[in-house]
Design a protein around this ligand. Structure first.
Ligand code: MAN
Length: 349
């Protein structure tokens, strides 16, 4: 197995201590899974900031949005009605909760390596009952002068895909939930195909089916239909339990190249790639057998949730071959790496 990612020497680029929390009573547990875009000659990240209160011994505490306020839930770790086997999500008295509350924060950089929070750009917080457990893992697609932000909207009602749009990153239009639960990992293609918008997304089926990547199309980028199942998990392989799209696919001379994540039953997250037909993206032309990147660096193996590399944002460099991915490592750090499209091609089967 070959990992073809060239990690930045400066990794991790962002760690929880690098930014102030959004609220006095909270600490940042993870900076992760940034959406990426170019704007005003800079590289921008829209980073998922996962927060929770300082943890006291014997108690698990986490924030939940209640209207404009934050409510802190506190549960005794020995409570028989608590199931806290996963660092990310718990079940208490039959209801699922997230252990952290995420919002999205804008950072920018002149060199693509050193990022700072610019003045005058708002953070994006969840609002409404469908985002009470936060908003996460934003993909940014730039289409005809408008940025489309697709993100995971979480609440006790389930996990779905929310959409906001902007042209200037200061004012935003909200379009509610565009794909209902259970759905996440939605990336809109940055070009229309035969007059329609296209998006990759990841519904999950509870009984029959699984965690597969689907394709949808839309006349307006907001209302989606004609859903088709494209890419499935593969038993016994690195992507046996779940697969999900990364950022918008890259238009290459061979087709639409998508870098996706896959996880196995042990929740080890790696990256792979597949290729879709230019003119008919419901045709999968090829897929990597092996991952192109897997958790190997110390900051990928240990952290808030170890053994994770997860990307949902990249920049295509002017050479047309280098894709600079920004990625979440161990659900705690933001990192960068370069991948070569030619090298990815050589692994496509
Ligand atoms: C999974 C993980 C978490 C995430 C929730 C809700 O449990 O990806 O990091 O917070 O889903 O999206």
């Amino acid at each position: 197995m070959k990992d073809i990612a060239k990690r930045f020497a400066e990794n991790p680029l962002l760690s929880p201590g690098d930014l102030p929390p959004s609220n006095d009573g909270l600490q940042i547990a993870g900076l992760l899974n940034p959406g990426v875009f170019r704007h005003e000659n800079k590289t921008w990240l829209i980073v998922r900031v996962a927060e929770r209160p300082e943890q006291k011994p014997g108690i698990i505490s986490f924030p939940v949005l209640a209207g404009k306020n934050i409510r802190i839930m506190e549960i005794d770790r020995n409570d028989p009605e608590l199931d806290a086997g996963d660092a990310r999500v718990i079940n208490y008295q039959g209801t699922d909760y997230l252990t952290t509350l995420s919002h999205l924060r804008l950072l920018c950089s002149d060199d693509g390596v050193h990022f700072y929070e610019p003045d005058g750009y708002p953070s994006l917080f969840g609002h409404g009952i469908l985002q009470a457990f936060g908003i996460e893992d934003c993909r940014v697609s730039s289409i005809e002068g408008t940025y489309y932000l697709t993100f995971t909207a979480v609440s006790e009602n389930g996990v779905g895909v929310g959409l906001r749009t902007t042209t200037n990153w200061k004012q935003f239009s909200t379009h509610g939930m565009i794909l209902p639960p259970h759905n996440k990992d939605c990336a809109i293609f940055e070009e229309k195909i035969n007059g329609l918008y296209y998006a990759l997304h990841r519904p999950s089926s509870v009984d029959i089916g699984g965690n597969y990547i689907w394709l949808a199309s839309s006349p307006d980028g907001i209302h989606w239909g004609d859903h088709r199942c494209l890419v499935k998990t593969r038993a016994g392989k690195w992507d046996s339990a779940r697969v999900g799209a990364g950022a918008a696919p890259i238009k290459t001379e061979k087709g639409w190249l998508e870098i996706y994540h896959g996880a196995n039953e042990q929740h080890r997250y790696c990256l792979g790639a597949f290729l879709l037909d230019h003119n008919d993206p419901s045709k999968v032309l090829a897929r990597t057998e092996q991952p192109v990147m897997m958790p190997t660096a110390e900051y990928e193996l240990t952290g808030f949730f170890g053994q994770v590399v997860f990307t949902n944002g990249h920049v295509l460099q002017p050479d047309g071959d280098t894709v600079t991915i920004y990625y979440g490592a161990a659900d705690e750090f933001v990192c960068g790496a370069h991948l070569s499209i030619r090298e990815i091609y050589s692994l496509l089967k």
